[in-house]
Write a protein that binds this ligand. Structure first.
Ligand SMILES: Nc1ncnc2c1ncn2[C@@H]1O[C@H](COP(=O)(O)OP(=O)(O)OP(=O)(O)O)[C@@H](O)[C@H]1O
Ligand SMILES: [Mg+2]
Length: 322
């Protein structure tokens, strides 16, 4: 059974629907990647799950359940209990989620103490150890420093340490390594992968980087215009994509075997903003397979490889790994 189950989630800002019909699930021990261009609704989906949507936003439809228990992303005491212990999130903007007045060691240790997992002395030691594992040099000394004394990349690592230390059952990581250099990035991704493999943590990983997806994910969920347009196992998504958008997204990946001066493929046009989403299929304005049928809304369907498209690709469409 899935640890996290999101069914037909909708999120609105007043009359404006921003996310609409997001269905996905994450099982224990599995990494699910949530991908899609900027503005497609990835962060809003994550924030709904963890119950931290901005006050102006509301979950207006669908359901979210964690370990079989339904909850709506809205705040509430139950969520506060779950958050930090069972469910942790690494945010897209690191600095704003750290307390500027609290030493970083104490911030990393906090969830262990709050949830009674460790004594303050044990927690302090575990925090130093975790800071070391995320690549903070001289962690014993650094633990006493405030966020302002650290670089942005280090603050990001502190936040990652704080999320990982309590071994949450579900980890949501929103672009966790975008700001980090590649060595540290690889180290952090390994840590997250280990958490899934060794501790059975369910990981929902939001990223723009299809290279990270290929390396990390067991399954992939592709979003476009506030909706899930395709989901499936990582091999299916990379080798047998069905949605034209997924196919285009994969063509944007640079390839080592392409001549160096060859221009990278870019998806034509831009993601329409939520206030002027087209009716029916939202990708139809950028799609080369569009027909009159696409004025209707395509459904995602069921099964382990699903796609919301009237004219899906079939077969091996693009030789990515030749
Ligand atoms: N508080 C808000 N009020 C109104 N609109 C919002 C709010 N937060 C996000 N949006 C809009 O909702 C849409 C989805 O935003 P979201 O942050 O989920 O995108 P994303 O997929 O995470 O993009 P990115 O890759 O840039 O992080 C965007 O069009 C965004 O402008
Ligand atoms: Mg985002």
């Amino acid at each position: 059974m899935s640890l996290l189950q999101v069914e037909d989630l909708a999120v609105s800002a007043g009359d404006l629907q921003l996310v609409d019909g997001v269905t996905l699930d994450v099982r224990a021990g599995e990494v699910v990647a949530l991908v899609g261009e900027s503005g497609s609704g990835k962060s809003l989906t994550a924030l709904s799950v963890i119950g931290l949507l901005a006050d102006s936003l509301k979950v207006t439809g669908g359901s979210i359940s964690f370990d079989g228990t339904a909850f709506h992303g809205a705040s509430g005491r139950d969520m506060t209990d779950i958050r930090g212990k069972e469910l942790a999130m690494i945010f897209q903007e690191p600095v704003s989620s750290l307390d500027p007045l609290m030493p970083i060691g104490a911030q990393v240790a906090e969830s262990l103490i709050v949830h009674g997992t460790a004594t303050p002395a044990q927690a302090a030691k575990m925090a130093v150890d975790m800071l070391r594992r995320v690549g903070i040099p001289d962690p014993e000394r650094r633990a006493h420093q405030l966020p302002a004394e650290l670089s942005g990349g280090m603050c990001q690592r502190v936040m990652i340490a704080a999320a990982l230390i309590s071994k949450p059952r579900l980890l949501i990581a929103d672009e966790p390594t975008t700001a980090l250099d590649v060595t540290i990035q690889a180290q952090i991704l390994d840590l997250i992968r280990d958490l899934a493999t060794q501790d059975g943590t369910a990981v929902l990983m939001i990223t723009h980087d299809m290279g990270i997806v290929a390396e990390m994910a067991d399954r992939v969920c592709v979003m476009y215009g506030g909706r899930v347009v395709e989901q499936g196992e990582v091999e299916d998504i990379f080798l047998r994509p069905r949605h034209p958008y997924t196919d285009m997204l994969l063509r944007t990946i640079p390839r080592l075997d392409h001549p160096p001066k060859q221009e990278l493929f870019a998806i034509p046009g831009n993601v329409p903003s939520p206030s002027d989403w087209p009716t029916g299929c939202r990708f139809k304005t950028r799609c080369d397979r569009v027909t009159a049928q696409c004025n209707n809304r395509p459904v995602l369907g069921t099964g382990h490889h699903r796609t919301a498209c009237f004219h899906p690709l079939t077969g091996e469409s693009y030789d990515r790994f030749a």
